[in-house]
Each structure stands twice: as C-alpha cells, then as structure tokens.
Design a protein. Sequence first.
Length: 94
Amino acid sequence: MSLPDHPDLPRRGIASPLHHLGSWPSDWARVQPQRPAVEDAERALDWETFEDRIGRVAALLQAQGLLPGDRVAVFLRNRTAALEILFGTARLGG
C-alpha cells in the first residue's frame, strides 16, 4: 500500500526514514481532512478524525511506557479501532 502521487504529499522514497506506516494518516489528513478514511459497521471516519484518534492511541500507549520495538497484541474484529491501534503503534516505532 502506498500513497498515490499528490502535489501536497511529501516525496518519500521507500528507503527514506520518513517513509513509514505511522505517517500515512497524518499525510492524508493534511491533504484531504474531510474525505472518508475508514468505515466499519459502527462508524465512518474522515481523515482528520481518524488522524486525531490515532494520535490519541499513540499518546496513550506512550504514556503506558510503550517503546520502539515493543510488541503489541491486538485482538479485535475488523473495526476502525484495530486500524487506529495499528497506525498508533507504528507511529511510535512499534
């Protein structure tokens, strides 16, 4: 999965340390905040809201002592919360 070319998105090569899973939602939230990002049976989130929720997950995990390289187990159904945790841990280097 990669971001399509968009004039407002940063140019990051695969080898770039700036190219990582945790940065994708913030890139899209900056470019198209009100566009749909994720949806499940319970909710639909735009990029701005999705990014905010990911940031809160990352902050909570960091406050609990999560460090880069730590492992995080997630046992959830296919819901937006699972993606929030995935991107939140990626943002911290997990």
